[in-house]
Structures are given as C-alpha cells and as structure tokens.
Design a protein around this ligand. Sequence first.
Ligand code: DGL
Length: 271
Amino acid sequence: MDTRPIGVFDSGLGGLTAVRQLRRVLPGEDIIYFGDTGRVPYGSRGRQTILQYTRQDIRFLLSQNVKFLMAACGTVSSTYPTAEATRLPVPYTGVVGAAARKAAEATRNRRIGVIGTAATIRSGSYAALLRELVPDAVITARACPLFVPLVENGRVEPGDPITTPAIDLYLREVRDAGVDTLILGCTHYPLLKRMIGDYMGDDVTLIDPGKVTAIETAAALEDLKLTNGRSTGGTARYFVSDTPETFAELETLFLGEYAGGPVEQIAIENY
Ligand code: DGL
C-alpha cells in the first residue's frame, strides 16, 4: 500500500484526457499533473529539446514525491529512451505500448493507421511496436501537426469550419488505405474522436492512448502493490508552466466531469 500520488505529465493539456480516464479507473488515487503549457507544443521540436524538457518535467514530479510516472504524451513516450526510464526511482509508463497492444488486439484486417505529432511519427515508435505484435501489419502513419493547436483552441465540435478540412487533409490517405483500426497517437486527439470517427466510418476502431494506458496503469499499480487501498475520494492537483488562466478556460473540455482542483504555476526551467 502506498499513499503517494501518481504523477502525470504532458507538453500541455492533452494529457488531461488521460487524467480523466485515470480518475475513472482509479477513483481513490491522488494525482499530480504537470502540463508544460509555457512550452507546448513539443511535437514540432527536435529530439534534444524534447528530451531536455521531458527530464525537467520528470524531475519536477519526482520532487512532488510521486509513486508512479505516466508520460501522458505520445511525443514524450516516443522520444524518452526506455533505458533511461528504467533507471528512474519510480516505475514509469508512456502511452505507446498500451495503445499498440490494444490496436494489435482490435485489428481484423491487419491494416492499422497511426496519427500523431511530427516527432511521434518521425520516431516510428508505434510502427516498430506494431510490427513486433502483428508482423504482417500494413501500417499507414501520418503526422497531423495542426490538430494540437486546433484542440487547444477548442475547435472540436462536429462541422467546425477549420477542423473539418484539416481532418480531410490528414486522414484521407489513412481512410483510403482501408485501415480498420486507428491509433489516435497523441493525447490531444481523443477530443476529436467524434469528428474523426464520423470521417473514418463506424467500422474503424479508434484507440485512445490515455484510456488504454490508464487501464494498464491500474493493473500495474495492483501488481506492484502501489495502490493506496481507497476506492473513492481521490484528489487531483495541477501544475502548469504558463498562466493558470488558460488551464481554467479549457479544463472542462479536457476533464469533463472531473474538472476542478487547484492549479498552480511553476518555473519548470528551475528543475
Ligand atoms: N499531447 C502531445 C502528444 O501526445 C502533443 C502535443 C505537443 O505537440 O506537444 O504527443
């Protein structure tokens, strides 16, 4: 039994989609979230910058005495080396593994689509794991760099005049490839699930990385005997590197019924 909080982080607010799922599956656990809102997006940056930011994010959460770390960011998960993660003082998970496993389980025709930030798609992280899990898989991967700013601006309602053509631009090739499973490989994208689902059609299974990682995290905490033993009353505290006002404006969109909880600004460059 361990009463310390779970640490979750993302380049911005997208990781809150994972927090929402974590709170659903682990309603008694306390969560500390860091969103690097002052430096978002990570996905258009180079590997060294993403690594430097990731290490600072992790140092901050470790300073908050967390018992488990979740990188609720496809970009960080695709960049941070496993060898480094295994040397951390607490267990760590990204979102790539759980999402790839779920996609491998869901596909029937072995045609799998992957969308993510430029850094995620460039890293080939999802594709490499999918090829191990489904050796004859046909993978269609596409970077969708405009999706993160569209989501952070709340442009997620079906019929949105800017997001609708962006979806057609990025997803036409993926749809034409006949995929039956699509990994939404960035934690911002579940907010576009309805629009993407309408575009891809009912026969395509959409994989939400935050959701499947939250489920695997609940199982991991149990296995590692790290749960706090409570089934209700979990709390969430939020830290951001830019003004908390932006967070307040968008938290309902990302957290839904779990919106609320204290938000504090920190100087992440000091970690
Ligand atoms: N939420 C991040 C991810 O899952 C994307 C945002 C960014 O580019 O920083 O990749």
